[in-house]
Write a protein that binds this ligand. Structure first.
Ligand SMILES: NC(=O)c1ccc[n+]([C@@H]2O[C@H](COP(=O)([O-])OP(=O)(O)OC[C@H]3O[C@@H](n4cnc5c(N)ncnc54)[C@H](O)[C@@H]3O)[C@@H](O)[C@H]2O)c1
Length: 257
C-alpha cells in the first residue's frame, strides 16, 4: 500500500449503514488517509481505527457537532495537530456528509425542527467547510464535496419534507457561490444529489412508501451507499480537475433535467 499523499475528512461517518462510512472506506481503498468527524468521539475513533487497520492507512476520528462553531474549531485543531505531528498528510478533501431529515408535514413543522434541520445540513456544511478551507487554499489543492439531495430538486417526494428540501437546496446555492469565489485557487467544490439510498436515515419509512419510491426509479431500486461513495471520491480525484460548482445526480433516473 503506497503512503497516502493526502487526507480526506468525512463528516457524518459513524452511522453503521450510512453513506459516510461507505465514503470513508472508499477513500481508504483509494489510498487516502481518513479523518472521521461525528457526534460521538469514541465511535468516530473506533470506526477510524477499523478502517485504518483494514486498509493500512492513517486514520483518526474526532467528536464534532457540525452545528457548533466551537466544536468544529476543536475538531479542525485536532486534525491540524496530527498533520503538524506528521501522523497525517495534509487535508486534501472534505466530504460534508452529516445530515438529518424530517418527514413532518409543513404545518406541523415547529420552528425548533426547522432550525435543527437547517442547522445540521446547511449551517454545518458552512461551518466545517470554513474551518478546513484555509489550509487547502494555502496548499493550492483541495476538493470539497457537499451532500444535497434529489429532494432539493424535486421538492421532496422521497421522505424528507419542506425543511429538508430547503436545507438541501441551500447547499446547492452554497456550492455554486463558493465555487465561483474559489476561482483558480486549486480548490474545487461540487455537490451530489442522491435519490433514495438504503440507510438508517429513512427509518420509519413503511414498506408501501419504499415500494412507491422504487416504482418511481427507472433503475427499479434504491441506491447502495457504495454507489454514492464512488462518485464522491471521483469528485475528490485529480481526474475531476475541471469540475467545480457542479451538481452530480445519483438517482437511478428518478429525476432527469
Ligand atoms: N439515505 C438517503 O436516502 C439520502 C438521500 C440523499 C441524501 N442523503 C444525505 O446523505 C447524508 C448521509 O445520510 P445517511 O443516509 O447516511 O444518514 P445516516 O443517518 O445513516 O447518517 C447521518 C450521519 O450524520 C451524523 N450527524 C447527524 N447530526 C450531526 C451533527 N450535528 N454533527 C455531526 N454529525 C452529525 C450522524 O451521527 C450520522 O453518522 C445526509 O446528509 C443525508 O441528508 C441521504
Amino acid at each position: 500500500m503506497p503512503v497516502p499523499q493526502r487526507t480526506a475528512v468525512i463528516t457524518g461517518a459513524t452511522s453503521e449503514r450510512g453513506i459516510g462510512v461507505a465514503t470513508a472506506r472508499r477513500y481508504a481503498t483509494e489510498g487516502w488517509a481518513v479523518v472521521i468527524l461525528d457526534l460521538d468521539g469514541e465511535k468516530s475513533a473506533k470506526v477510524a481505527a477499523e478502517i485504518g487497520n483494514e486498509f493500512t492507512v492513517p486514520a483518526f476520528g474526532f467528536e464534532v457537532d457540525v452545528t457548533d462553531e466551537q466544536s468544529v474549531a476543536r475538531a479542525a485543531e485536532a486534525v491540524g495537530a496530527e498533520v503538524t505531528a506528521g501522523n497525517l498528510p495534509a487535508v486534501g478533501a472534505l466530504a460534508n456528509i452529516a445530515g438529518i431529515t424530517s418527514p413532518v408535514p409543513f404545518l406541523e413543522t415547529s420552528l425548533e425542527l426547522w432550525n435543527k434541520v437547517m442547522a445540521v445540513n446547511a449551517t454545518g456544511t458552512y461551518l466545517v467547510t470554513k474551518a478546513f478551507l484555509p489550509a487547502m487554499i494555502e496548499s493550492g489543492w483541495g476538493r470539497i464535496v457537499t451532500m444535497s439531495s434529489v429532494s432539493a430538486q424535486r421538492g421532496g417526494g422521497v421522505f424528507g419534507k419542506v425543511p429538508y428540501s430547503a436545507a438541501k437546496a441551500a447547499i446547492l446555492g452554497f456550492t455554486k457561490a463558493l465555487a465561483r469565489e474559489l476561482g483558480d485557487s486549486g480548490v474545487t467544490i461540487n455537490a451530489v444529489t442522491p435519490g433514495a439510498v438504503d440507510t438508517n436515515i429513512r427509518v420509519g419509512s413503511t414498506d408501501e412508501q419504499e415500494a412507491a419510491i422504487a416504482a418511481g426509479i427507472p433503475l427499479g431500486r434504491t441506491a447502495t451507499t457504495e454507489e454514492i461513495a464512488s462518485v464522491i471520491t471521483f469528485l475528490s480525484s485529480d481526474a475531476a480537475s475541471y469540475l467545480t460548482g457542479t451538481t452530480i445526480d445519483i438517482n437511478g433516473g428518478s429525476h432527469m433535467h
